[in-house]
Design a protein around this ligand. Structure first.
Ligand SMILES: Nc1nc2[nH]c(I)nc2c(=O)[nH]1
Length: 269
């Protein structure tokens, strides 16, 4: 059986056409990929024009967990005429559907006309001075997945992948924002303390299981990229007293207004 994603560009076009028809929005200006802890942002950035279950959109996965229906939202950004496509359904590499599925959302957004994508995630922190709840601008990434969404002899340049211009815009909004290097592991298991020490020695500041491959696909599509992580826990071995799950959840929720306000301001720029 031919899988829609056997032709990634055709799949992105089909998905974008479905989104345009279902939302009534012919062309979107910016895309937001919401990672864990960022869910409330879509409500804060403006008025939802339309919302559709991602499982209805060509190429998007059926909900991985029963009841966790991912959605795509078209949002008119408060104070501007900007139309944001908010992707609330992310496929992770550890789901085994391959890199094409992981970056389908970004490719759909590019086919829908966006010029900018904001990639957000929840991640592990490698610095004691960045406790759970700290938002961090991604300055660069280290891709430890041993894979790429780019196929064929397409030698995509990745210098300034995480736009210095957009990071400056974010820092105007919140000057206290730190910056860091994000290391993508395949997952779904967390790192061992030895792997965390390796990531530190490699120059990493954050560890996660998303974002890097999406950023590469966004650059391949010619989009400008801003990446923002929310430290949700200190990575294995960093803190002698690991946070309880309840503390991690609480810290992530406490950061909600700050990070959602940041996103709202960035997309309104
Ligand atoms: N790889 C990795 N991904 C994560 N996502 C979250 I939330 N916390 C972590 C973490 O500690 N390591």
């Amino acid at each position: 059986m031919t899988e829609l994603l056997d032709d990634p560009q055709a799949a992105a076009l089909a998905a974008a056409e479905h989104v345009a028809a279902a939302t009534g929005v012919e062309r979107h200006d910016i895309a937001l990929v919401l990672g864990s802890g960022w869910g409330g942002a879509a409500d804060l950035i403006g008025e939802t024009v339309a919302e559709l279950p991602s499982s209805e959109v060509p190429g998007f996965a059926k909900p991985a967990v029963e009841g966790h229906v991912g959605t795509l939202r078209s949002v008119r950004v408060r104070g501007t005429g900007t139309l944001a496509l908010v992707l609330g359904a992310r496929t992770h590499l550890y789901e085994g559907r391959g890199a094409r599925a992981v970056v389908h959302g970004v490719r759909t957004a590019a086919a829908a006309g966006v010029r900018t994508v904001v990639l957000t995630n929840g991640c592990g922190g490698l610095r004691e001075e960045w406790p759970a709840g700290t938002p961090v601008l991604i300055s660069d990434h280290i891709n430890l997945t041993a894979t790429s969404p780019v196929e064929g002899a397409n030698f995509v340049d990745l210098t300034d992948l995480y736009s210095a211009r957009l990071r400056a815009v974010a820092r105007e909004i919140d000057p206290s924002l730190p910056e860091g290097v994000y290391v993508q592991f395949r997952g779904p298991h967390y790192e061992t303390p030895a792997e965390v020490r390796m990531a530190q020695r490699l120059g990493g500041d954050l560890v996660g299981m998303s974002t890097a491959l999406e950023a590469i696909a966004a650059r391949e599509a010619g989009l400008e990229v801003l990446g923002v992580s929310l430290v949700t826990n200190l990575a294995a071995g960093i803190s002698a007293t690991p946070l309880s799950h309840a503390e991690v959840i609480e810290a992530g929720q406490a950061a909600g207004p700050r990070i959602s306000g940041l996103l709202a301001a960035v997309v309104a720029e």
